[in-house]
Design a protein around this ligand. Structure first.
Ligand SMILES: *Cc1c(COP(=O)(O)O)cnc(C)c1O
Length: 368
């Protein structure tokens, strides 16, 4: 039987199974329980923030963060054009408008110079996305935010443990937002987290997460809240994964180094960037192929698939999507890179043999 190598695979060990078993057996299966408290506590320690608040997924964490800082209809929020669509959609959920800025060639993250060009009197926040595990260039972003009085929400959904100048992402802006979807650096199945040092943001988010119920008066609600809670079972899975996060990140780095080694002499291929100030956690091993276009890229993906090698296209620019394209954004780097980019198998169960097989085939297919 031909082996199928997926783009992504979590690594679940006995530890995870034990913790989840414990949660289920305790009877605390819903959104109260010790694992939730412990997961939040340990996650805030890991990131280096005072507070961490779980949510039911990364998209709700983004929406909750935006709502908690007061983003509403009529506001504008600057997001990178290349990101998973949830970043833009969460802005839309609040009634505000996402404004798409271009990305940088050498980080694949939002370009501070283009942020400056896209600021208007309506701009209220910036969401830098630490794309594919590489941190965005935060210093100039913070400088712009300070100058114009804007909030900075870091979208860290793909970058748990990544560092900018020695600081963990999620501890640099006003708040950070994480996802624990099955393919992320660590998983809870579905789940999310907001990290912050700001008590007011934390407290507001906690309040809105639980139907905006008055903590001192049960079933009394003064605004429209949400149910964005995680379950104790998911938090149990998350805690076990978090206790193994250094090992998991190390695996991603090892996987990247193997790819780098085997693709080293291929000039047409550019692998994930790593700036001198960055610690990349290589969520997805990604390549940009010189002189490629969308057709060539898609045909490469299907040829790899025939060999049992799964791959994904880069994210399309959000501003190409029908619900966002009426604004005529032109972001040259985003519109160039997406056509030439793909994500290669990056799962925790990859072996060196797999990577050798993938890179050998990739080299042959690119030459033909
Ligand atoms: C995965 C992801 C999200 C959304 O997280 P979910 O848990 O799937 O809702 C948001 N932003 C980025 C950049 C992501 O990769």
């Amino acid at each position: 039987m031909k082996k199928f190598i997926p783009v992504s695979e979590p690594e679940i060990t006995e530890k995870e199974i034990n913790y989840v078993n414990k949660a289920v057996k305790s009877g605390w299966v819903s959104s109260l329980g010790e694992f939730i408290i412990k997961f939040e506590e340990e996650f805030s320690k890991f990131i280096g923030t005072k507070y961490a608040l779980t949510t039911c997924n990364g998209t709700t964490a983004l929406h909750l963060a935006l709502t908690s800082i007061g983003i509403k209809e009529g506001d504008e929020v600057i997001v990178p054009d290349i990101t998973f669509i949830a970043t833009a959609n969460a802005v839309k959920y609040t009634g505000a408008t996402p404004v798409f800025a271009d990305i940088e060639q050498d980080t694949w993250c939002i370009d501070p110079n283009d942020i400056r060009k896209k600021i208007t009197p309506k701009t209220k926040a910036i969401i830098p996305v630490h794309l594919y595990g590489h941190p965005a260039n935060m210093d100039p972003i913070l400088e712009i935010a300070n100058k114009y009085g804007l909030f900075v929400i870091e979208d860290c959904a793909e970058a748990h443990g990544a560092e900018y100048k020695g600081k963990k992402v999620g501890s640099i802006g006003h708040c950070g937002v994480f996802s624990f979807y099955g393919n992320k650096i660590i998983t809870t199945g579905e789940g999310g987290m907001i990290t912050t040092n700001d008590y007011n943001i934390y407290n507001k988010a906690k309040f809105l997460r639980d139907h905006a119920m008055n903590p001192n008066k049960r079933y009394w609600h003064t605004e429209i809240g949400y149910n964005y809670r995680i379950t104790n079972m998911q938090a149990a899975l998350g805690l076990a994964q978090l206790e193994r996060i250094e090992e998991l990140i190390q695996k991603k780095i090892t996987i990247f180094n193997l790819y780098k080694n085997y693709l080293n002499e291929i000039n047409e291929i550019k692998l994930n960037p790593e700036k001198e100030w960055a610690k990349n956690v290589f969520w997805m091993i990604s390549i940009i192929i010189n002189n490629f276009d969308e057709n060539k890229r898609n045909s490469l993906i299907s040829k790899l698939k025939n060999l049992g090698i799964d791959s994904r296209p880069f994210f399309y620019p959000c501003s190409l999507m029908p619900m966002y394209n009426k604004n005529n954004f032109s972001n040259p780097v985003s519109y160039d890179i997406y056509k030439k980019g793909l994500n290669l198998p990056s799962g925790y169960n990859l072996t060196e043999q797999d990577i050798l097989w993938i890179t050998e085939n990739l080299k042959n297919l690119i030459k033909t």
